[in-house]
Write a protein that binds this ligand. Structure first.
Ligand SMILES: C[S@@+](CC[C@H](N)C(=O)[O-])C[C@H]1O[C@@H](n2cnc3c(N)ncnc32)[C@H](O)[C@@H]1O
Length: 152
């Protein structure tokens, strides 16, 4: 997550590249923590990512579905940012029935309906990864959609 990364001289953040070669703003520690959580029982059934950027986290989650078909992935990214999301990832998502990236404002009513629908039809716990850049607002918005034992 960006706040853990060192600001560059230009005031931006040092981007890292994930094991699949896609730029991400998620640190190795973030990935380790999330993978640790996903190794617990009961297994996470749905990973919701608020803020996909280029797909650093998304590509790992969508690829993971090949090894864990009980996992589903739902990414949310702003409209107009579709071209920035890795094109190979977008093609991969099209071939996975329980993976989707929605290009809309994460606070919009249509996205709320989609997220609620996916959460309500997931058997295992859902994990909502608030990474859109406004964690307080995202947590306040998505927390009421969760069921007991889901994570945010
Ligand atoms: C920190 S980056 C996400 C990094 C990404 N999770 C990763 O692992 O590489 C934040 C992303 O959130 C998106 N974003 C910001 N506000 C948003 C909103 N209201 N709705 C959807 N996406 C949003 C930005 O366009 C940006 O791509």
């Amino acid at each position: 997550m960006a706040k853990k990364l060192k600001p560059t001289p230009k005031g931006g953040f040092t981007l890292v590249v994930n094991p699949l070669g896609i730029v991400t703003q998620t640190t190795w520690l973030d990935v380790a923590n999330i993978c640790g959580l996903m190794a617990r029982e009961p297994k996470i059934g749905l990973f919701v990512e608020v803020g996909v950027l280029m797909g650093g986290m998304a590509s790992m989650m969508v690829s993971r579905i090949a090894y864990d078909p009980t996992l589903a992935y739902l990414g949310i990214e702003r409209p107009g940012k579709k071209d920035r999301v890795d094109s190979n990832l977008q093609a991969q998502v099209l071939g996975v029935s329980h993976a989707e990236i929605v290009f809309d404002d994460c606070f919009s009513a249509p996205v709320e309906m989609v997220v609620r629908g996916w959460i309500d039809t997931t058997e295992g716990p859902a994990l909502v990864f608030c990474d859109g850049g406004n964690k307080p607002a995202e947590i306040a918005h998505f927390a009421p959609m969760l069921r007991p034992a889901d994570y945010i």
